[in-house]
Ligand binder design. Structure first.
Ligand code: ADP
Length: 270
């Protein structure tokens, strides 16, 4: 990177020369790396005390120690919620660091797309219900090679976001389109949508369309960065499409299982 700035004589206001600076971008990368490392160390250190805070607050709020005065009940519930949110943030930061440093284990095995989706849809059913959002599993077929736990993390992030940015009465649809080399998974919502010029940068860490999104249901701004890192590591791609105001569709691909033809057709039971 080259930066040039003129040297001006203060007495005459004449330009007498110029300073040309060559700024090394590797230095900036090093700063990024140190920032990641710092966040990771802090997160590790936060884990143990957080476990004890969450445990303590959980016990107090369970009522096992006796009923709380109503005004304290509210404070304790909100403290527990904040501790849970901090816990999610810490886990996400650790995931990002592990993904960036290649310390993230993936064990890809053949799996039917239907079973992967069913697992996640079941997990997120109560969240959808609470939000008044209908979770619909459409045509799902195909076999992929993927790590089921990591796919659950990806689908959890995408379906969770779809629910979070929907209105009560909206529908979130999950489907797949099996191809020759890859299966395309789609999570479509009817929510507020994403402006066209933000469709790429939301996959970067801590990027959110609206600054208030961070507080919405405990968002960390790391979900999509983790999602992209996992999908890439599994040999696929992930991207977003959106009609601003009419909803968004997130798609990701996973490689097809080599002997997919010999497997029974996988259809969803949902
Ligand atoms: P967050 O924890 O904030 O959800 P993500 O990385 O998962 O972090 O998402 C980043 C941002 O992308 C969100 O804060 C939101 O602004 C936008 N976004 C993600 N999914 C959707 C969606 N389905 N509809 C509208 N906006 C979305």
């Amino acid at each position: 990177e080259i930066v040039a700035s003129p040297i001006v004589d203060p007495a005459t206001s004449e330009v007498t020369g110029a300073v040309v600076a060559f700024r090394d971008v590797t230095e900036r990368r090093e700063v990024e790396r140190m920032k990641d490392r710092f966040l990771s160390v802090v997160s590790h250190e936060l884990r143990t005390p957080l476990t004890s805070i969450r445990g303590g607050l959980g016990l107090i709020n369970s009522g096992a120690l006796g009923a709380l005065p109503p005004e304290i009940e509210v404070i304790a519930a909100s403290a527990e919620e904040s501790a849970e949110r901090l816990g999610r943030l810490v886990n996400d930061i650790l995931d990002v660091e592990r993904l960036a440093s290649g310390n993230f284990e993936v064990r890809p095995v053949p799996h039917s797309a239907a079973s992967l989706i069913e697992t996640s849809a079941t997990e997120l059913a109560s969240l959808a219900q609470r939000a008044g959002v209908t979770l619909e599993v459409g045509d799902v077929g195909g076999w992929v090679v993927a790590d089921p736990d990591r796919v659950a993390q990806v689908l959890g992030n995408l379906i969770g976001n779809a629910i979070k940015f929907s209105e009560p009465g909206d529908t979130v649809r999950i489907s797949t389109a099996p191809g020759r080399d890859e299966v395309v998974f789609a999570v479509a919502d009817e929510g507020r949508g994403i402006p066209a010029d933000r469709l790429e940068d939301i996959f970067e860490r801590f990027r959110q369309v609206d600054s208030s999104d961070a507080r919405l249901e405990g968002g960390t701004g790391l979900g999509l960065a983790i999602t992209r890192a996992i999908v890439t590591q599994l040999g696929g791609r992930v991207w977003a499409e959106s009609d601003w105001g009419k909803g968004s569709t997130f798609r990701f691909t996973l490689p097809v299982a080599p002997d997919a033809g010999q497997r029974p057709p996988a259809k969803s039971a949902l």
